[in-house]
Design a binder for this molecule. Structure first.
Ligand code: SAM
Length: 206
């Protein structure tokens, strides 16, 4: 899967557009209640290790319970510089490609993918990587917007979504296809609607 203009490699495009968005991102994207809900679903306990993939400006960090060790990663240094405002002991920020995590297998108890599968160039690889770094029994919280599985938008809707994708974000992906395509050992434990076409999913590494 590829998003962005064909003149640039996908990750270069992602870094470019999120560098432009970084100073404004928190004014445009809030979702406080949704972040709280998603992190509640993870039922994190003190001493557990959490990886946030594509953490952006670190807007999830205030909702992570104390005592949880956090590695917050993102492709875009400018987004991580904003995230530094939420730094505290036990939180590490690192530039990393979510499709190729520089992390060992089974290293984390929990992972977060908030609004990343909708934009990352290859969401199938990203989900596979999230599963790889989770220990067996580890949990993954996904908060994102997806097209309903099996739906086919008409040409006009597709054109509108492609334009939106170019400027800000995408809604042209289906979670069922991403999960099936990844072949990752992840089972959906919980799936609930959130605002608009967003959903909360809790997956467990089997
Ligand atoms: C819509 S923002 C979501 C940010 C954050 N998760 C949140 O909840 O606000 C998408 C983020 O994905 C990051 N991103 C895009 N491609 C990436 C990649 N290949 N690896 C890691 N992060 C990536 C962008 O830099 C951006 O911070």
């Amino acid at each position: 899967m590829h998003n962005g203009p064909p003149i640039m490699p996908p990750n270069v495009w992602q870094r470019f557009r999120y560098t432009l968005w970084a100073p404004h991102y928190d004014r445009v994207t809030r979702f406080h209640e949704e972040r709280r809900r998603s992190i509640d679903l993870l039922a994190l306990r003190p001493g557990e290790r959490l990886v946030i993939i594509g953490c952006g400006t670190g807007a999830d960090l205030p909702f992570v319970p104390p005592g949880v060790e956090v590695l917050a990663t993102d492709l875009t240094p400018a987004m991580l510089r904003q995230a530094a405002a939420h730094a505290r002991p036990g939180v590490e920020l690192r530039v990393m490609d979510g499709m190729d995590l520089d992390l060992p297998d089974h290293a984390f108890d929990a992972a977060i993918l908030h609004m990343v599968l909708e934009v990352i160039p290859d969401p199938v690889r990203c989900l596979r990587e999230a599963a790889r770094v989770l220990r067996p029994g580890g949990r993954l919280a996904v908060f994102d917007k997806f097209l309903p599985d099996g739906s086919r938008p008409g040409p006009l809707q597709r054109a509108g979504l492609a334009l939106l994708d170019l400027v800000f974000t995408s809604t042209n992906r289906r979670m069922g296809e991403i999960l099936d395509g990844s072949g990752a050992p992840l089972a959906v434990e919980h799936d609930e609607p959130a605002v608009s076409s967003y959903r909360h999913l809790l997956l467990r590494r089997v």
